[in-house]
Design a protein around this ligand. Structure first.
Ligand code: GDP
Length: 428
């Protein structure tokens, strides 16, 4: 069927790359729709573990056209570096297409983000310092430069001069930094333009025409629902919208084409950086989850915070995104952790909440109401069908499904493709 949206249900790092890999055979286009090079997919190419930050993981499949859509912000230097790495590994990157409407991350975005985070001190957001937030800020302020500007040197220079005048005042007068030189930026970006020219495309038209011809499109979100600029735990969020609705706004296609919205969820929860996390564990359980789950950031290498599965945020994510199904990853990590805790509701000041409290201050004070579920002791890595899972593991999956109210279509017990187990009669 035509278009599927795949996105994270928690705070990111749910294993979205795994789902793309699982469904890739059936896809013609894979589209990245928001964020920048702050995402991270761990993929295996030519036997090498590779971390992709910007390019959709669809690039590894020769039959797939990979698209970077309008709503992404692009650091062209990083994009070209990723393309070179892939080319060096024998991956053909000629099928990567980039929307001319996508905004560019400029050197002053990186510089400003660095100095602002330092200025905020203990209130810093803990951003990845890739210039992504400032680039989205300029997009909203309508002073951003876009990919298409790279191909009109006169316009590029004009826009750059206007914006740099203001940025340099801020850098020098507010933060005591050195000004940036327009000539240097123009020279660097002209070089990027030469190399990116063959990849420029009217991606909305391309996808629309493809869909009309019966081709299949996967729209791939980065980060996760709780990091959404509007629906996440603001201000501890990303500066774009991972939610399903934005996939269409960014790709420039209508909702009528979408028939699957797949929520990728870990069997437990992780979060990077600051912000509320009701089911967080800090002791031995956290240590085990981090170690067994390899919970270190793909982009930053930062150790992730970890905790038990939270059905409250999953119900919320299901509401915001309209999931048709869930893809559960990393069930194997929970072996030997019996009893497993599952958060079924929150308590705030003595009141019980079945839903995420609508106000930030309540959410920050939320404590989890846990239910204990019997665990299992077997290693799940070699299990090759859902029915062959230990009964306790199947019950755990069923319990999560009931608590969230969305069917599980696939359960994954390891990083390899054959470790994705379709749940009988559900998987489309
Ligand atoms: P993404 O950004 O959502 O794709 O997530 P990451 O790339 O940060 O995390 C996925 C990591 O978990 C990768 O290293 C995967 O190989 C690994 N992974 C995915 N699914 C499973 C699973 O079911 N079990 C285990 N043990 N690892 C998995």
């Amino acid at each position: 069927m035509p278009a599927s949206i795949v996105l994270g249900t928690q705070w990111g790092d749910e294993g979205k790359g795994k789902v793309v890999d699982y469904l890739a055979d059936r896809m013609d286009f894979v589209v990245r729709y928001q964020g920048g090079n702050n995402a991270g997919h761990t993929v295996i190419a030519e036997g090498q573990v590779l971390k992709l930050h910007l390019i959709p993981s669809g690039i590894l499949y020769p039959h797939i056209t990979s698209v970077i859509a309008d709503g992404v912000v692009i650091d062209p230097r990083v994009l070209l570096e990723e393309m070179d790495t892939l080319t060096g590994l024998g991956v053909d990157v000629s099928r990567l297409l980039v929307s001319g409407n996508a905004h560019l991350i400029m050197p002053y975005h990186l510089e400003i983000e660095r100095v602002v985070e330092r200025f905020l001190g203990k209130n810093a957001l803990g951003t990845t310092k890739r210039g992504i937030g400032p680039a989205y800020g300029d997009k909203a302020a309508r002073i951003g430069l876009r990919v298409q500007d790279l191909f009109d040197p006169k316009i590029f220079r004009e826009k750059l001069d206007v914006v740099l005048r203001e940025k340099n005042v801020v850098l020098t007068k507010v933060y005591g930094r050195l000004p940036l030189e327009a000539d240097r930026i123009v020279e660097d970006y002209a070089g990027y333009a030469d190399r990116l020219r063959p990849h420029l495309a009217d991606t909305s038209k391309l996808l629309h025409d493809g869909l009309r011809e019966g081709r299949r499109v996967m729209l791939e979100g980065a980060q996760g629902t709780l990091l959404d600029l509007d629906h996440g735990t603001y201000p501890f969020v990303t500066s774009s919208n991972p939610v399903a609705g934005y996939a269409l706004a960014s790709a420039g296609i209508g909702p009528v084409w979408v028939d699957r919205v797949i929520g990728v969820t870990k069997a437990y929860v992780t979060r990077v950086g600051a912000g509320p996390f009701p089911t967080e564990e800090t002791g031995e359980i956290a240590e085990t989850l981090v170690k067994r789950g390899g919970e270190f950031g793909t982009t930053t290498g930062r150790r992730r915070r970890t905790g038990w599965f939270d059905a409250v945020i999953l119900r919320y994510a299901a509401r915001i995104n309209g999931f048709t199904e869930l893809f559960l990853t990393k069930l194997d990590v929970l072996s030997e952790l019996s009893p497993i805790k599952v958060c079924v509701a929150y308590e705030v000041d003595g009141d019980r909440y079945e839903d995420v409290p609508p106000h930030q201050s309540l959410f920050h004070r939320a404590t989890p109401v846990f239910e204990k579920v019997e665990g299992w002791w077997e290693d799940l890595g070699d299990v090759r069908s859902f029915d062959a899972l230990p009964a306790a593991a199947r019950s755990y999956v069923k319990r999560l499904e009931d608590l969230v109210g969305v069917p599980m279509s696939v359960v994954s017990v390891g990083p390899a493709r054959e470790q994705s187990l379709p749940v009988a009669a559900r998987e489309a």
